[in-house]
Ligand binder design. Structure first.
Ligand SMILES: NC(=O)c1ccc[n+]([C@@H]2O[C@H](COP(=O)([O-])OP(=O)(O)OC[C@H]3O[C@@H](n4cnc5c(N)ncnc54)[C@H](OP(=O)(O)O)[C@@H]3O)[C@@H](O)[C@H]2O)c1
Length: 288
C-alpha cells in the first residue's frame, strides 16, 4: 500500500512518517488540503492507495478567536480533500477529536454518542466529519484525545516550565485520556489495514486522567519527582475556548477488532525515553 500524508510536520503526521518510511510521501502545510488544484496534483503524482489526513487547526483558543479560519481549516478543507480522494479512487483517513462532545456526564463517550461541541474547535471538527462523510462515505474517521508527540504539546510545555524552575499550576477538573501520537498512528494503520471505515475512537487506555495527573506523571518520568504541581480549577483560568470537563472516549469498537493502544502511563514513559521527547529538558537519559 502506498500512502500520502497531509499535515506531515504535525505531531501525528510525523508519527505516520516514522512508521511508514518510504511507503509514504509526506506533505507539510505547503500542500494546503483546502486547495483543490494542489491536492489533485499531489494525488496524480503520488497515486496513493490511502491518504492519511493529519492536517488541522488544533490550537483551540486560536480557533475560538479566529472562527472563520477554523471553519475553513477544520470543516471546509477536509471536504475538499475527501472530494479529491473520491474523484481519484484513494481511500481517506481523517482525524477528529473528543471535543465534539459536550463534556458533561461521567461515562466514556462511544462512537454513537450524541455530539454537542462547546467550542469553535469542536464545532468545526464535527462539521469536518460530516463533510468528509458526505463527500466520501467510505472514509475512516478516527476521534482521539489529548495527543502528544514530537513537537509542541502539553507534556513538552510542562517539562519546559520545570526546567526553567517556574511554578507549575495545572487544572485538576478536566478528565480525559492522554494519547501518544506514535501509538495513535500505529492503531490507525491497523484500522487502515483492516479496511475499516466509519467512525472509530482511539486513545491510550489505563485510568482516566486529569491534566494535573498528566503533568505529574510527565515530571516523575522525566526526573522532576521533587517539583510541585499546584492543582487549580478551570474556573481560575482565563482561556478563550471552553474545555469539556469529561471527554473520555470509549474505545471498545476498535478493541473488538483487536486494536488497543495500551495504558497511557506506559506510553508516556516510552515517549519520554524516545527520540520524540522534548530536547534539553529531561533529567534522565533517553534509552531509545
Ligand atoms: N493535539 C491534540 O491534543 C488532539 C486531540 C484530539 C484530536 N486531535 C486531532 O488529531 C489530528 C492531528 O493533530 P496533531 O496534534 O498532530 O496536530 P498538529 O501537531 O497541530 O499538526 C497539524 C498540522 O496540520 C497543518 N495544517 C493546518 N492546516 C492545514 C492545511 N489547510 N493544509 C495542510 N496542513 C495544514 C499544520 O501546519 P501549521 O503548523 O503550519 O499550521 C500542522 O503541521 C488533528 O485532526 C487534530 O484535530 C488532536
Amino acid at each position: 500500500m502506498k500512502f500520502l500524508i497531509t499535515g506531515a510536520n504535525g505531531q501525528l503526521g510525523t508519527a505516520f512518517g516514522q512508521l511508514l518510511g518510504e511507503r509514504a510521501e509526506g506533505f507539510g502545510h505547503a500542500l494546503d488540503i483546502g486547495e483543490s488544484g494542489a491536492v489533485e496534483a499531489a494525488l496524480l503524482r503520488v497515486a496513493p492507495d490511502v491518504v492519511l489526513n493529519a492536517a488541522a487547526m488544533t490550537h483551540v483558543d486560536t480557533c475560538e478567536r479566529e472562527p472563520q479560519r477554523a471553519h475553513r481549516e477544520n470543516a471546509l478543507a477536509p471536504e475538499v480533500l475527501a472530494a479529491m480522494c473520491a474523484r481519484h479512487g484513494a481511500r481517506l483517513l481523517h482525524v477528529s477529536t473528543d471535543y465534539v462532545f459536550s463534556g458533561t456526564g461521567a461515562t466514556p463517550f462511544a462512537e454513537n454518542a450524541t455530539p454537542a461541541p462547546r467550542s469553535v474547535y469542536g464545532r468545526t471538527k464535527l462539521e469536518g466529519e460530516a463533510r468528509v462523510q458526505a463527500a466520501l462515505p467510505e472514509a475512516l474517521i478516527v476521534r482521539t484525545s489529548w495527543v502528544y508527540g514530537r513537537g509542541r504539546n502539553f507534556v513538552a510545555a510542562i517539562l519546559a516550565q520545570a526546567a526553567a524552575g517556574n511554578p507549575i499550576r495545572v487544572v485538576d477538573d478536566q478528565r480525559g485520556r492522554p494519547t501518544r501520537a506514535l501509538a495513535l498512528a500505529e492503531g490507525i494503520l491497523a484500522l487502515v489495514e483492516r479496511a475499516a471505515h466509519g467512525v472509530y475512537h482511539l486513545a491510550n487506555g489505563g485510568e482516566e486522567a486529569t491534566w494535573w495527573d498528566l503533568a505529574r506523571a510527565a515530571l516523575d518520568e522525566a526526573g522532576y519527582e521533587g517539583t510541585d504541581v499546584e492543582r487549580i480549577s478551570s474556573d481560575s483560568l482565563t482561556v478563550d475556548a471552553p474545555r469539556p470537563a469529561y471527554s473520555v472516549l470509549d474505545c471498545d469498537k476498535a478493541a473488538q477488532e483487536g486494536i488497543r493502544l495500551g495504558p497511557w502511563r506506559e506510553a508516556l514513559r516510552e515517549h519520554l525515553r524516545s527520540d520524540d521527547a522534548p530536547e534539553g529538558v529531561l533529567r534522565r537519559e533517553r534509552s531509545a
